[in-house]
Design a binder for this molecule. Structure first.
Ligand code: NAP
Length: 458
């Protein structure tokens, strides 16, 4: 077989996939060709479908990914589903290395009665809905309710609470999906309860995110000073951890302000856990919460423990925001407990034997779980790529010769896949930007592949 570049398939086209591709083409020792596959028609994963629409600055990282995407050694194939069009078995003969960059597509549950009532959903679904993810176009959350409980105090909880608290005037300059903007225009939501099961010092949100609540046009942050009192362990945390200290300071400032006179309120509650969601005709009508105290475990972790003191919140919608979780991919090992693909620093492992699976790798949330910000994935992907480059020497090459790229096209055609190329996506992207310009918005998104094809002329 004539000498050819190392052929690499990346499954997924989100941030970790682009950081991996950038690291692969950025090195000079090994010649590579990278094909990226995504189930969705648009690239960039969570940057498009996860990052809040009013956080455009974070989204500008897509310009970097675009540079990688435009490199002639990198190709993008949208609307290609792993398990349906492509599988380990049909990719192995075409690629020397496979990289899973499939993220964490599901979410964790609370495990309390009433969680399945209408109006109770995951924050990730709600985020996907307002960000124009095609699978959630028809979520139709009922915003004719006055109270919403957001369970969890991470940055996703901050995003959904803020989007619910903002006015349409505040949101219309973002790239929020048009259907969401229209629904939020008629929102009756007045009280948003953000619930932390542990104390303010243990909150996972970061300083800029909690600070934003002090500057909303139409909503006040409401904090009870009594819930900010710190036990000795938490006081020690706050001493050592700058992020936690500033979070507590910001919350104390909100508590000192009092409830304010804006029509919407975002109530930040601490040391409370939901124990039951109750309904009216199968729809959420209230949430029962229990007051907690913090209990130190032998390893120094502070656990929330119920005190038997209960309260009821009048809410018609519940968004659980207690962390993303991976989903198993057909034919790919999966660690059910962690929700990740078993790996050793990015090399896939056979869970039964613990042996490395040659030529298979993982990056991003599928590798380490749903933690860190977008940029965390850069170092993470670079770690995996360094191992890939080490492994190249011992690589068993796939039996595809130089210039046989058409084999992939044949495979996709055989599996009935009509993919979208990066060039087609770029045309759709330009149209989205144009539609946005006409309305004074960063972009107006196409939601699904049918809309994109129609806009591109069939
Ligand atoms: P997260 O940061 O892990 O927060 C999850 C929250 O859920 C924590 O407060 C956790 O409390 C709570 N929780 C877990 N199980 C619970 C239960 N059974 N009952 C009540 N509360 C429970 O997760 P995330 O908010 O989904 O964010 C995922 C990652 O994306 C994070 O790294 C985040 O920083 C990042 N992100 C960043 C941005 C940004 O930079 N603007 C925006 C969105 C997301 P405990 O601490 O008690 O477990």
């Amino acid at each position: 077989m004539p000498e050819r570049a190392v052929r690499i398939a990346i499954i997924g086209a989100g941030p970790s996939a682009y950081y991996a591709a950038a690291a692969l083409i950025g090195q000079r020792n090994v010649e590579v060709r990278v094909d990226m596959f995504d189930r969705l028609p648009a690239p960039y994963g969570l940057v498009r479908y996860g990052v809040a629409p009013d956080h455009q600055r974070i989204k500008s990282v897509a310009n970097l990914y675009e540079k990688t995407a435009n490199d002639p050694r990198v190709r993008f194939f949208g609307c290609v589903e792993f398990g349906k069009h492509i599988t380990i078995d049909n990719l192995r003969p075409l690629y020397d290395m496979l990289v899973f960059a499939t993220g964490a597509q599901s979410d964790r549950h609370l495990g309390i009665p009433g969680e399945d009532l209408q109006g109770s959903m995951s924050a990730t679904e709600f985020v996907a809905w307002y960000n124009g993810h095609p699978d959630y176009r028809d979520l139709n959350p009922n915003l004719e309710v006055e109270g919403v409980a957001v369970v969890g105090v991470g940055n996703v909880a901050m995003d959904v609470a803020r989007i619910l608290a903002k006015t349409v005037d505040e949101l219309k300059e973002t790239d929020i999906a048009e259907h969401a903007l229209e629904a939020l225009k008629h929102s009756k939501v007045k009280n948003i309860y953000v619930l932390g099961r542990r104390g303010a010092a243990q909150a996972k949100f970061t300083n800029p995110e909690i600070k934003e609540f002090g500057k909303l046009e139409h909503a006040d942050p409401v904090v009870l000073a009594s819930e900010l009192e710190l036990d000795p362990h938490s006081a020690a945390t706050v001493e050592q951890d700058r992020m936690a200290r500033q979070n507590v300071e910001i919350l104390r400032e909100y508590a000192a302000r009092g409830p304010g006179d804006k029509p919407r309120k975002v109530h930040f509650r601490f040391l409370v856990s939901p124990v039951e969601i109750t309904g009216n005709d199968s729809h959420v009508a209230a949430m029962k919460i229990e007051r907690n105290k913090l209990v130190s475990t032998p390893d120094g972790y502070l656990n929330a423990e119920g005190t038997g003191e209960f309260e009821e919140l009048p809410v018609g919608m519940v968004l659980r925001s207690v962390g993303y979780k991976g989903t198993p991919l057909p034919g790919v090992p999966y660690d059910k407990r962690k929700g990740t693909i078993p790996n050793d620093h990015g090399r896939l492992l056979n869970p039964e034997t613990g042996d490395v699976i040659p030529g298979a790798y993982v990056v991003g949330w599928a590798k380490r779980g749903p933690t860190g910000v977008i940029g965390t994935n850069k170092k993470d992907a670079e770690e995996t790529v360094a191992l890939m480059l080490e492994d190249v020497k011992h690589l068993r090459r796939a039996a595809v010769a130089h210039g046989q790229d058409k084999k992939l096209e044949d495979l996709l055609a055989e599996t009935g896949c009509r993919y979208i190329s990066f060039e087609e996506w770029q045309k759709a992207n330009a149209l989205e930007l144009e539609r946005g310009k006409a309305q004074g918005r960063p972009r107006v998104k196409f939601i699904n592949i049918e809309e994109i094809r129609t806009a591109l002329g069939g």
